[in-house]
Design a protein around this ligand. Structure first.
Ligand SMILES: O=C(O)C(=O)C[C@]1(C(=O)O)C=C[C@@H](O)C=C1
Length: 302
């Protein structure tokens, strides 16, 4: 230690002053959350995943020093979840079918220590809990190829009680210690999806007959849409029954997107119906936010 270096007592006094300032700000932020509730009106706590991600992107953009970005995200996850709970009852319905696919750990990581979590034995039960207002949002597995009875087919309806995809988790894998590596989940809710500026969207399309993967890809591309993924539920009728497609597309897509009109105009003979079933803000991909070991290394910054 050099002569001019502060003593341990001085450093602890500085930490005490900083803790007081942080604590004052947290209490002030909580008061503002309650005012947000008043500004939103009488609606129950309305989650805004796009706004949350914008806040995190902004903070991570200005972040400096050796505090790992994953730690920053984790602290803000608790802050957002309490902020929501300050605005009214907020709970999460989660798949727990007793297998490795359980999303309970992911839900706890994302929604913090106090958010009530209801566990359900199938994705359909999660969809229903959200549709019937028993839970504010639900967490279900992402679509999979070759699934005979995919849960997402229950989103292929119009109506205010039909949940929509509003987020994809984990946002930052390195900030989610209870989420098994590589696991993802989709958050569904009855809130209108909003653009975060960097998003992916889902459509469900009903075809009039079976179409090959190549034909499907071409069909979307003709309308200026380039799907990242197409998940197909083949109809039980192996002759010429209708298939349902869950199509993942880059960007934020809404019902009034011109490309969807074009698609239905030029492919009306092959397509029966189309629903925009939500979107999600792109999670943080870059290491060290996505990799716990790289996150730890941030502490070694000079
Ligand atoms: O901006 C809002 O609508 C809020 O409710 C505030 C807030 C926040 O605490 O920053 C809380 C929850 C929402 O999901 C998004 C943001």
């Amino acid at each position: 230690m050099d002569q001019g270096d502060p003593s341990l007592d001085e450093l602890r006094s500085e930490i005490d002053r900083i803790d007081d300032a942080l604590h004052d700000l947290l209490m002030r932020r909580t008061e503002v959350s309650r005012k947000v509730r008043d500004a939103k009106g009488d609606t129950p706590a309305v989650i805004r995943p796009a706004r949350e991600v914008q806040v995190l992107r902004r903070l991570l953009g200005r972040h400096r020093g050796s505090l790992p970005g994953a730690v920053l995200v984790r602290i803000w996850r608790e802050i957002f979840s309490d902020s929501l709970a300050q605005q009214g009852p907020f709970s999460v319905a989660v798949l727990n079918d007793g297998s490795e696919a359980s999303l309970v750990g992911m839900a706890r990581d994302h929604f913090g220590i106090l958010t009530p979590i209801q566990e359900h034995s199938s994705p359909l039960r999660v969809v229903n809990a959200v549709a019937e207002g028993e839970a504010s949002v639900g967490l279900v597995p992402p679509p999979e190829h070759e699934s005979a009875d995919p849960w997402w087919r229950y989103l292929a309806r119009e109506g205010n009680d039909v949940p929509r995809v509003i987020s994809r988790l984990p946002l930052a894998a390195a900030a989610t210690p209870s989420t098994p590596p590589g696991q993802s989940g989709l958050m569904i809710g009855l809130v209108p999806p909003e653009s975060s500026g960097e998003d992916s969207s889902y459509l469900i399309v009903e075809t009039r007959s079976h179409l090959s993967r190549g034909a499907l890809k071409e069909l979307f591309e003709k309308s200026g849409l380039s799907p990242d993924n197409i998940y197909v539920q083949r109809s039980a009728d192996s002759g010429h029954g209708e298939d349902l497609l869950m199509v993942e597309l880059p960007g934020f897509i809404t019902d009034d997107d011109e490309r969807l009109n074009t698609l239905m105009d030029i492919e009306g003979e092959r397509l029966n119906a189309l629903w925009v079933v939500g979107s999600y803000p792109l999670p943080f991909q870059a290491s060290p936010l996505s990799e716990p070991q790289a996150a730890q290394k941030e502490r070694e910054k000079p």
